[in-house]
Design a protein around this ligand. Structure first.
Ligand code: MRU
Length: 372
């Protein structure tokens, strides 16, 4: 971790999109502001940059479900702020009843989206703080400062992932990425995209191909928007073109994020990731995953136990608000897939870079740490 990151944090004005933190462009993806939570509405990007205010915990749950805020670390932070908001709404004054009500809100928040472990991780972290509180009146403030701490840590974590991961990027690399793993998916800088931002800071020339990422087009809408404003050469490609590009030698590195990682390295990420891993392995292209250690689920031995969110068929059946399939035909819409850990060449976390076989490295990373 570079010195001074924490020192500069209070200078970040959340409203300023182009704000710099140690020379880095931190997006105000989600911020607490005087009793409200303000988020960038990711459904409107790239054409409209708008901030929405969430005054009640249920507003934030809806925003997570609708994917106005999305990306594993960002929904973890949103879950933490939602519980902080929820605590403020509880009227009970006796500790037992207060905690029971808070637990109910916590489970509503955790079930908003099931795949990314960060959501339940953050909510559990706040619940633990609440249980240790000495009196009921102090709990709302305790939870708010813990949510702020999770946000601060996430930005620091992103910077650390960027710095560690940038060592795997060479000048002239042709990077293929999927979905959105940038500032919008985190507290403001990113995981896989933080590595690209950091490589650029170091003067490396990088060309990025981003899969459009059907059905919700996080790649075409969000990643392309982020990379363009960062001055990085980016082209959008159809999801189905990635193996062809690899075969043609047009991709030197595949770099993706993760939503939940099992102890053997199997991981869930946006639907389409498994196919990228297979194509990368078949074509000798390094396949890297970037994620904070909070995305590792220490309770899972392998990917079998990961619950994959299946979203509404309307997301597949329509495009930009217009139906594309014939009436009467349905759709199946799993939002994530599971990639076997044996296909991963390196897992980049904020603590260390774990090389193939990543299952062994994850064991070292989690043993004796606060994860287990
Ligand atoms: O459904 P989404 O948009 O929340 O899915 C996001 C992803 O799959 C990202 O790759 C993952 O959360 C990593 S974000 C740093």
């Amino acid at each position: 971790m570079e010195e001074g990151v924490r020192r500069y944090w209070p200078l970040v004005e959340w409203i300023e999109v182009m704000d710099l933190l140690e020379g880095r462009d931190i997006l105000p993806t989600i911020r607490w502001d005087g009793g409200k939570v303000r988020i960038i509405d990711q459904l409107l990007l790239p054409h409209d940059f708008r901030i929405v205010e969430c005054e009640e915990y249920r507003d934030l749950i809806e925003a997570i479900k609708d994917m106005r805020i999305r990306g594993a670390p960002a929904i973890g932070i949103a879950g933490a702020f939602a519980l902080a908001l929820g605590a403020r709404s509880i009227k009970e004054k006796d500790m037992g009843s207060f905690l029971m009500r808070l637990k109910g809100i916590a489970s509503e928040i955790s079930s908003a989206r099931p795949t990314a472990v960060n959501l339940e991780w953050a909510v559990n972290r706040l619940m633990e703080k609440a249980r240790r509180a000495e009196d009921v009146d102090s709990i709302p403030d305790i939870l708010l400062s813990e949510a702020e701490e999770i946000l601060r840590e996430d930005i620091e974590t992103s910077i650390s992932i960027g710095i560690l991961g940038s060592e795997l990027i060479n000048d002239g690399d042709l990077v293929l990425t999927h979905c959105n793993t940038g500032g919008l998916a985190t507290g403001g800088w990113g995981t896989a995209l933080a590595i690209i931002y950091e490589a650029k800071r170091q003067g490396k020339r990088v060309k990025v191909f981003v899969d459009e990422t059907r059905p919700l087009l996080q790649g075409a809408r969000l990643t392309a928007w982020e990379l363009k404003r960062a001055g990085i050469d980016v082209s959008i490609v159809c999801d189905s073109s990635a193996p062809y590009l690899m075969r043609k030698g047009m991709v030197s590195v595949v770099l993706v994020g993760a939503d939940r990682i099992a102890r053997n390295g199997d991981f869930a990420n946006k639907i389409g990731t498994y196919g990228l891993a297979l194509a990368a392995n078949a074509n000798g292209v390094p396949f890297y995953v970037a994620a904070p250690t909070s995305t590792i689920d220490p309770n899972l031995t392998d990917g079998e136990g990961i619950r994959v969110e299946v979203r509404d068929e309307s997301e597949v059946l329509s495009l930009c608000g217009r139906r594309i399939g014939p009436e009467g035909v349905g759709a199946y819409n799993p939002a994530f897939d599971i990639t076997p850990g044996e296909l991963v060449d390196a897992l980049i976390t904020e603590k260390m870079v774990v090389r193939r076989p990543v299952g062994e490295g994850i064991g070292i990373l989690t043993r004796g740490s606060d994860l287990m």
